[in-house]
Design a protein around this ligand. Structure first.
Ligand SMILES: [Zn+2]
Length: 94
């Protein structure tokens, strides 16, 4: 696979070259600094010209690792729905 001529502004070219996919910095989802399960999120995008950015959520539970890819639109709905659930708990103050 030929490396792309350019990268999205959010891409880390060194990781991109290694993984053969545009990839952003990986952001941890760790509210208590020591959750049992490790969750990270990142942007990814295949090198194809017609590819779109996706949100990757990777969950490591013990030795098992699962990755979920979603469109940016689906990720926005996910955020909104989680916000609605947290509002039900009274844990969202804004
Ligand atoms: Zn890239």
């Amino acid at each position: 696979m030929t490396a792309p001529a350019s990268h999205p502004v959010w891409c880390l070219p060194a990781r991109c070259a290694r993984l053969k996919v545009h990839v952003s910095p990986v952001l941890p989802v760790d509210a208590q600094h020591g959750e049992d399960d490790v969750i990270d999120v990142a942007l990814v995008q295949e090198w194809r010209d017609d590819a779109h950015p996706q949100v990757s959520a990777t969950v490591q539970a013990g030795t098992e690792v699962r990755q979920v890819l979603m469109s940016t639109g689906q990720a926005q709905v996910f955020i909104d729905q989680v916000g609605r659930l947290l509002e039900l708990l009274g844990e969202v103050t804004s």
